[in-house]
Design a binder for this molecule. Structure first.
Ligand code: FE2
Ligand code: FE2
Length: 486
């Protein structure tokens, strides 16, 4: 077996996380939620700033502002949970559909909602099939919309609770899609039955989307048109007043928006991160990532388990193993930008689709690098599809650039991807998984990491005779499994 020397491990966290604030982590991770919603990165952060300006203008007590702040940042925490269902209803790219629905008044039957349906339903299907799907979608639209919103708001509220936020935060997220006139979902709440947080959040997110897509005047006009239907008229008045004062949409451009949003967290409510909270946030976001598709159910946790097993086998020490676990839990956060039309495609991906898939580690890097102190972790997490021979993606790194933790993550990711059921094949017997990986090891995977994983597995399942079995198995399936490493 050829061994490839790995660069010195950089698993020790030299960056000081003790001064990190929860708002810095959540605001950076909210960029992943934006991708899932088909919005430009920074949507949640800008909506948070707008919402907080509304709250301050109406004199919301500081205590409540602290909860509203996190409700706004996490308003889309449930967005991945209905992606698969929406894809199956529309038979088309659900990210595009989610993105465009934010500028559509879907509560009114008319040209606008018809045009939306024509643009987003069964877009790649033959004419007759499209018509059939359109009719089916029209017939079940109300029921499906309610179901989709319910899945999303239940999951969003549960993610917030899991992170340790209050019931007020969870309730705000739960009722995000309710409307002032009772025409929203999931419960058709009316007027002041809606939590104030939800009223502010829905208005703030709509303003942000129209601001970015059509400009400030258009955003204010839409708020006025939907006042009394979607939105609380008093809040719309507050928005108009803030706009006239020139403060509603100030400083919402560029990268500095992240600093603005962190500064907006009410001072007395600022939460500093401890190790336990950081683990909780990583686990909650792993849940968001894995909820995107039934085929990735538990993938992030599976990769974390495998990475920990390798780390322990290599005696890396507790701190480095904690680092590995967090990198593993977040490694596929960029996958939230890939449509389920691609993730759940049962056939081979075409070139365009594969190019989209290949971008997901890039987005992992783009999201995680925004968290102060996560420089090294973002590099490692974003390298999980690189290979020692330079044939991986997204940077085509070779052995010289892949540190030990990166190599561990590569092996752990492939192991879990092969062991799980995928749209194009059933789950693989564990012996076959190791057989395929053994074949790859000579040129692409770190043999030391693979050996550590094999040993850890053998310890856990004594008598499996894994290595012998693996070598005895036919390796010809390798060339057919490239997509499995996604
Ligand atoms: Fe991946
Ligand atoms: Fe993965």
């Amino acid at each position: 077996m050829r061994t490839v020397k790995s660069p010195a491990p950089k698993t020790d966290r030299t960056e000081d996380e003790s001064v990190l604030r929860v708002s810095q982590i959540i605001s950076a991770l909210s960029y992943a939620l934006d991708l899932t919603e088909g919005q430009p990165m920074g949507h949640s952060v800008r909506a948070c700033i707008i919402g907080m300006r509304i709250a301050q203008h109406i004199g919301m007590p500081l205590q409540e502002q602290g909860d509203l702040y996190y409700s706004l940042l996490l308003k889309d925490a449930g967005c991945s949970s209905n992606a698969s269902r929406l894809f199956h209803i529309l038979s088309a790219d659900e990210i595009r559909a989610k993105g465009d629905v934010k500028t559509t008044d879907w509560t009114r039957v008319g040209w606008e909602s018809l045009q939306y349906a024509i643009t987003h339903v069964a877009t790649g299907a033959p004419f007759l099939e499209r018509v059939r799907t359109l009719l089916r979608v029209a017939a079940t639209q109300q029921r499906d919309s309610c179901e989709l919103v319910k899945i999303r708001c239940e999951r969003g509220a549960s993610v917030a609770r899991r992170m340790g936020f209050s019931e007020a935060v969870a309730a705000g997220i739960f009722s995000l899609d309710e409307h002032w006139n009772g025409g929203g979902y999931p419960d058709g709440l009316r007027g002041k039955e809606l939590p104030l947080f939800s009223r502010i959040m829905n208005l703030a997110q709509t303003l942000e989307v129209f601001l970015v897509n059509r400009g400030a005047e258009s955003a204010i006009a839409v708020a006025g048109q939907r006042s009394g239907r979607w939105f609380d008229p008093d809040l719309v008045k507050a928005v108009v007043s803030l706009h006239h004062a020139g403060t509603l949409f100030a400083d919402l451009e560029g990268e500095k928006v992240l600093q603005h949003v962190v500064a907006l967290e009410p001072e007395h409510r600022q939460i500093l991160v401890n190790e336990e909270m950081l683990d909780g946030i990583c686990m909650a976001f792993a849940e968001v990532i894995d909820a995107k598709s039934p085929f990735t159910f538990r993938h992030s946790n599976g990769v974390a388990d495998a990475a920990i097993a390798i780390g322990q086998q290599l005696d890396l020490g507790a701190q480095n193993i904690t680092f590995l676990r967090r990198a593993a839990l977040l490694h596929d956060i960029g996958k939230l930008c890939v449509s389920n039309a691609i993730l759940e495609k049962p056939d081979k991906l075409n070139n365009y689709e594969f190019e989209v898939v290949k971008k997901h580690p890039y987005y992992t890097f783009e999201i995680l690098k925004r968290i102060p102190g996560f420089g090294n972790l973002s590099e490692i997490a974003a390298s999980h599809h690189e290979k020692l021979d330079g044939s991986g993606y997204f940077r085509g790194y070779g052995a010289e650039q892949l540190s030990l933790p990166a190599r561990i993550l590569v092996v752990a990711d492939i192991y879990d991807a092969l062991a799980a059921k995928r749209p194009y094949r059933d789950a693989m017997p564990i012996e076959k998984v190791f057989s395929i990986m053994q074949d790859e090891a000579s040129k692409k995977l770190d043999p030391q990491c693979l050996e550590a994983l094999t040993t850890a597995h053998r310890k856990e399942s004594p008598g499996s005779g894994l290595t012998d079995l693996a070598r005895a198995l036919n390796n010809s399936v390798v060339s057919n499994q490239k997509e499995a490493f996604v």
